[in-house]
Design a protein around this ligand. Sequence first.
Ligand code: GDP
Ligand code: CO
Length: 407
Amino acid sequence: MRLDFPPKYTETIGSIKIHSLQKIYEIDSGNVVNSNNQRNNNTSTIAFDNRKLSKKCTKMAVVIPVKNEKLSLLEGVLSGIPNECLIIIVSNSQRTPVDRYAMEVEMVKQFSQFSNKRISIIHQRDPNLSRIFHKLNYTSILDQHSQVRRGKAEGMVIGILLAKMQEKEYVGFIDSDNYFPGAVNEYVKIFASGFAMSQSRMSNIRICWRSKPKVANNKVYFPRWGRVSEHSNKYLNDLISYITGYETDIITTGNAGEHALSMSLAENMQFASGYSVEPYELINILENFGGIIKESSRLHKDSVEIFQIETRNPHFHEDKGNDHIIGMLQESLSAINNSKICNTDITRDIKNHLLVLEQKTNQTSSRTGAISNNHLMDPIKTISMDKFNELVIDSPKLLHQFNASEI
Ligand code: GDP
Ligand code: CO
C-alpha cells in the first residue's frame, strides 16, 4: 500500500498529534526490496509491502459488531479480512422467535472450515457474560437488570477485551453490513499501514470513505459525505479551532465506523454507548491527552497519534432509513456537547441543531426523539485480565472459537 507521507499537516494539541487526511496511491504497491525503498526516492509517499502489512496483521484482532444483518453480508465481510488477523464477532442478534445468533454461529463454523480463518463469536447479551462483568465489578457496561446493555459500543468493548485476552497489540473495527469484501480488505490494510507509520504506541487509525454510493432516479451517485459525518465533523472542527485558536477543518472522520486502536490506547479509553462511540473516541482522547482539563494527569507521559486515511473503494452498506440517521446524529452531537471541553458557543449551536432534529423526529416518525444521555464505559484496563480469562474459560458455551488452536 502506498500513501501520502508525511501527512500534509498536523494539529498538535497537548500530547496529541492529529494528522490531516492521507490519500492512497496504490492499494498494492508491490514488493519493496529493502527498507530504504519504502520511500522509493519519493519524499512525499511511503509504501508498505505485503510482508510488512502481514506482520502487523498477525498482531491485530478485527472486531465485527453485528445485529440482525443478512448472513451473506457478514460472510462477505469475513472473506475480506486477511488470514493473519484474528476475527472477533460480537453479536447482538435476536435469539427468539428465530435464533439468528445460532444461524450466525453455524455459518461461521462452516465458513471457518473452508477459509481456515481464526474466528471467535460471542453474544453480547449472554447471561454468562453479564455474570462475568458483574463478578469483575465492571458495572459500567451493565443495565439496571445487571445485563450487558444493547449497543454497538458495548459490543466493541467486549471485542477489545477478547482481543486483549488473546494478547493482540491492535484492534480494528469493521461493520458487518458492508456489501464490498474488497473494501473490507482495504480497511484492514489501511489499519496495518497506519500502525506501521505511527511513532507512538498509542494510535488511532480512522478511515474516511472516498464516497458512499447512493441510487436515486435510477442513477448511481457518489456523494462524499454521509448525512451524519458532515455535521459531527463540523462541530469537532469547531471544538478544535476553539482549543487551538486557529480555524481548522482537519477532522474528516468524526463518524468513521471503520477505525482501529492500538491496545495501549484502547485499554485506557472510556467509550460512549451506542452510536456516539466514534465521535466520542476523539473527544475522550482530547479530554485525556489534550492538556485542556487540569485534572487529566496523563498528559506528557505518552503521545497519541491520530491518522485519517482515505479509501479508494466506495463504502456501500445496508440502508437503515431516515430514523436511524437522525438517531445517530442526535447521539453523536450530544456526545460532543456533553464533553467538559465543549465551550458555550459550540454548545449553543449544537443545542439548536438538536432542537431542530427533535422537531423533525416528532413530525416525521414514531421515534420519541429522546436523546441518549451518553452513558460512558470505564477503561477496560480496570479489569483483571487473568480473572476475565479464567471466567471465560469456565463458561464453556459462551465463546465459540473456530480454528482456535492456531490462535
Ligand atoms: P451505520 O453503518 O453507522 O449507519 O450503523 P449500522 O446500523 O450499520 O451499525 C454498524 C454496525 O454495528 C453494523 O455491523 C451493525 O450490525 C452493528 N450493530 C448495531 N447495533 C449493534 C448492537 O447493539 N450490538 C452489536 N454487537 N452490534 C451492533
Ligand atoms: Co451500516
